[in-house]
Design a binder for this molecule. Structure first.
Ligand SMILES: [Zn+2]
Length: 278
């Protein structure tokens, strides 16, 4: 056998090994949805800058997601703070009534997972319904968009919400711009979609059986809002609309199942924890 033939066989072997490795990891990814609370909104007025929902009510979900990958676990969101489960009927702040049935740490314990077992933590953004238990995961590697990292540790966010995530300042931190491929095999990709906060992100997960899934963070808050393209009053409107164009292009290209995280119907269609998609 000549040298060229040997090199061709060797390259072929490397390609097939890489393919097998990717196929193996893709086949072993599990997406768990945890119930990290809910919101009852008594008046949706602030959910649109054009008055589209004035006086209307809405019930919202508030899930967390655990992605189990052969190279480690990624927790996407940490939900309402666990102490909310100790209250009789949650907490009312303005039009928002937050509730939590079961603590996140209690749910993870069903899989024999302790917070310090989670290798990677990432949040769509740092608002308290997403970062509520972030301090418990300070030993994880924190993956965060540069703009969100700057935002979270500066005023006024630091004073308003910092108590929920202050411990992450000491965490091992991976700061990215634009896009981050968590396990370096394209199976789990965080993509920057600013507007709700300066560095808000969405998560793409490529599953073997369930296909491609896109988790919206708060780019959309409910299905009607996606249909009508309404923008929350607190958002940077133009930035949000630009991100949505980018998001819809991505969803189409990936033929992805879009999960609007706060949408009750989307949440209800996901397997009940500890069941999972794979
Ligand atoms: Zn939210």
């Amino acid at each position: 056998m000549n040298a060229i033939k040997l090199i061709v066989i060797f390259i072929g072997l490397l390609v097939s090994m890489a393919w097998a490795n990717n196929a193996l990891s893709a086949g072993n990814i599990k997406l768990y949805t945890l119930d990290c609370g809910s919101y009852d909104v008594s008046d949706m007025q602030s959910l649109s800058s054009t008055g589209a929902y004035d006086g209307q009510k809405l019930k919202m979900a508030n899930p967390c997601f655990l992605i189990s990958h052969p190279k480690g676990d990624l927790l996407w969101e940490t939900g309402h703070v666990d102490s909310l489960a100790d209250t009789v009927d949650g907490v009312v702040a303005g039009v928002w009534h937050s509730k939590l049935k079961t603590k996140l740490v209690t749910q993870l314990a069903q899989l024999n997972i302790k917070p310090q077992d989670i290798e990677y933590l990432s949040l769509s953004h740092i608002h308290p319904d997403h970062a509520g238990n972030a301090n418990k995961f300070a030993s994880s590697t924190f993956i965060v968009n540069k703009l969100e990292h700057d935002f979270m540790f500066s005023e006024p966010a630091k004073s308003n919400f910092g108590a929920y995530y202050s411990a992450l300042k000491q965490s091992k931190t991976l700061i990215f711009n634009g896009e981050y491929d968590v396990f370096d095999d394209s199976s789990v990709v965080i993509t920057s979609m600013p507007g709700h906060t300066p560095g808000s992100s969405v998560l793409l997960i490529r599953l073997n059986n369930a296909g491609n899934i896109l988790l919206t963070g708060d780019l959309y808050l409910h299905a009607r809002g996606r249909k009508l393209n309404t923008v929350l009053q607190y958002n940077a409107k133009e930035l949000t609309l630009d991100s949505r164009v980018k998001f819809e292009t991505l969803a189409k290209k990936e033929n992805a199942r879009v999960i609007i995280q706060h949408d009750k119907q989307d949440f209800a269609k996901l397997p009940v924890f500890p069941k999972y998609l794979d």
